[in-house]
Design a protein around this ligand. Sequence first.
Ligand code: NAD
Length: 458
Amino acid sequence: MINLAIIGGGPAGYTAAEKASKSGMHVVLFEQDTLGGTCLNVGCIPTKTLLYSAKQYYNAKNATKYGVTAEGVQFDYAKIVQRKTKVVRKLVAGIKQKLNNEYCQVVKGFAQVLSRTDEQVVIRCGEETYEAENLLICTGSTNFVPPIPGVKDNPAVWDSTDALAATQLPQSMIIVGGGVIGMEFATLYHELGVHVTVIEAMPTILPNLDQEVVNILLDKYRKTGIQILTETKVTEVCENKVITTNGEYEAEHILISVGRRANLNGLEALDNLEMYRGGIVVDEMMRTNLKNVYAAGDVTGKMMLAHVASRQAEVAVGRMLKQLPLQRIAYNAIPSVVYTNPEIACVGLTEKDLNDIKEGDFAPSMNTDEPFVPYEVHKMPMTYSGRFVAENEGEMGLCKMIVDKKNKTILGVHMIGNPCSEFVAAASFAVRMGYTVHEFQQVVFPHPTVSEILKEVL
Ligand code: NAD
């Protein structure tokens, strides 16, 4: 008997498969495409690889501000894309290696749930059927195609997967949706000299992040030539033309990045599975409402981040193994990064989260159990860090820390400035462990590093 069937081999699926099989569970992992899922194949890793090339080019062109002259700086986009493919292949091979043990079987193909009882789940993949004690659904998400006339089947319209596959750069690009995907692609294309227009329906880009931090990015991007339209809705797309509530815009390609939706194909037999807003409902231990069925990753519609997916997978497997102490996922301490230039990195509650709740309420959309608290804000420009000034000529940055006014617990940290993605984990640790300002001040940070700003700010 198989102890655990996992559908989907992305960060949730492969993490669960590795952990469960190394703990002695007999695991079958079904993947219809390539191990690594969206993150590794058409998401985080290829995007960051392309962004790194763009940053090298941008830095070389702007090296004079550091007293270095580089003449005739050029790039070969086909080679940049080739390198991206090489990086992805290498990492996929690494995952295959990790799952190569006697307890883990990887099956390539589309898995469909045929039936379920409290004792077993039956799955078909190709010609074979598999019976398992437990099922972990890790089917991920796909780009959402909005029902805007002229979008579907239009060769000028790309989603992020098309953009990553292209081997030639467009001359100009309209990006619909100023969220995380939209702003990372805006960065990539802009740094490589493409004319970029971002169209965002909300009053601001990156609407869920701290707006003081976002405004620093917005100012820089507008000054350096990215056209950013907010409170602008796309009503129609006509070949290369985008018709909006704010005028008409034209570009060689139009990238649509307005969110992602959970993949539920193959799960139709689980007709009593509880859903909320298109995602599978799970508790803190990743159990669905059906006994022996768990879900992890984007399919839960919680926070669509690879590191959330892998943590959810660890928690789910820990629950199946009845490992003590029982683990839960702490959504209030999940860091998130936007790989713009400069980077944005944050964790925990924003001022808006805290302002949106009334006394006695529980904190907002993040599923935390933090009660409402009066708070104080500590903030400081990144230019107070010696290392930041040395390495970021002419750049702006900000570090903001949100602290519980009464007991001085650190509730949230919001930063912009390179390389804040590399040290936001220290802030996550503080939020996760419920550190007070006094406790955090006793931690020693290496000098000179930009991370010291986390202590300077207090
Ligand atoms: P998103 O939800 O982050 O942003 C979508 C944006 O599109 C929002 O700002 C929204 O207001 C806007 N929008 C929606 N409909 C619109 C319309 N018709 N016209 C104009 N604007 C419209 O979604 P995304 O950027 O597509 O990213 C999808 C998921 O992938 C997110 O959950 C994101 O966190 C995740 N992701 C994370 C990273 C990272 O961690 N660095 C990178 C890429 C993607």
